[in-house]
Design a protein around this ligand. Structure first.
Ligand SMILES: [Zn+2]
Length: 305
């Protein structure tokens, strides 16, 4: 047996290493997903890195250079990356730009009312269309995204299609397990206490999947544009529904949150990870688990002693 094994080993060593498929990503959660689905068959290059601001990012020339040789460029889509049209023109022909969120069902986004001092103001958020782009807060959406990424990888690298399908299946299973865990955790919160007050409107998909009503003081693009009327309404909601806590975010802790906390007496919860780019939690699992734990800790009744 030994000589045969040795021969096989030598043969494998003599084969040229198969080049991994280069995938560039515009969101850390997409980098995590591409790695989970693609495994050793992909080389993931993060253009938008953990810690960056997804709402105000624009690729620089060095980012374009980093994309060189990529077969796929994964974007979140749903209007999050306002620079995509411009970028498309500067991309070479060898790379396919995929807006992963495009095939994921959108939830309607209700814009804030913007009436300042009785004067009507047209709301024009330059970073977004009318869709909520924060689709990655839903485990079901992440399952859909895993399949989309597997299909796109298979199209550019058909030889490994079976491995990509298996990678997507394994990732979906993990996302399903996370969803079940979250449902169990969230069951500790009374149904009437399931209101999620956050800094910006990033948790619509999360709220839909786990039965919360979302409320936010900033708009979907995190611009600091809350009107005094909107703040007053939020305060009213908090009092009316006996909301226990409000949540700042890792990238946004507007002064108005602490003002609301002061005037209503609610506590301020641990900061949530809203845009999926926290340096210490930029995979779906770490982001999602952090958020669920923080929300349950602040909104569930304290366990009886
Ligand atoms: Zn956001």
């Amino acid at each position: 047996m030994k000589p045969l094994l040795l021969t096989l080993g030598m043969l494998v060593a003599a084969l040229p290493a198969m080049a991994a498929t280069k995938v560039a990503t515009l969101h850390p959660i997409l980098a995590d997903l591409a790695q989970q689905v693609g495994g050793a068959n992909v080389e993931v290059v993060e253009i938008l890195k953990p810690g960056a601001d997804v709402h105000h990012f624009e690729p620089a020339p060095k980012d374009l250079a980093e994309m060189r040789g990529a077969k796929l460029l994964l974007a979140s889509g749903k209007g999050l990356e306002s620079f995509l049209d411009k970028l498309r023109d500067s991309l070479g022909t060898g790379v396919k730009l995929v807006e992963v969120g495009e095939k994921i069902p959108s939830i309607p986004f209700v814009e804030h009312e913007h009436h300042h001092d009785g004067k009507e103001e047209e709301h024009d958020d330059h970073h977004h269309g009318s869709e909520d782009p924060h689709w990655w807060h839903s485990a079901e959406n992440m399952k859909r995204a895993a399949r989309i990424v597997a299909d796109e990888l298979s199209a550019v690298d058909p030889a490994n299609a079976a491995a990509y399908a298996a990678g997507a299946k394994a990732a979906s299973k993990r996302f399903g397990e996370l969803k079940s865990w979250a449902q169990k955790e969230i069951a500790k919160i009374d149904r009437k206490s399931r209101q999620l007050v956050t800094a910006h409107a990033a948790f619509g998909y999360f709220c839909k999947e786990y039965g919360f009503e979302p409320l936010s003081v900033l708009s979907i693009g995190r611009s600091d544009d809350s009107s005094s009327k909107h703040i007053a309404e939020t305060i009213e909601e908090i009092r009316e529904h006996n909301i226990k806590a409000i949540f700042p975010e890792d990238q946004a802790n507007p002064k108005v949150l602490s003002e609301i906390a002061r005037s209503t007496g609610v506590k301020i919860g641990e900061p949530l990870i809203a845009d999926g780019t926290a340096k210490n939690a930029h995979t779906f699992e770490t982001m999602f688990a952090h958020n669920v734990r923080a929300i349950v800790a602040a909104l569930a009744p304290a366990p009886a002693k």
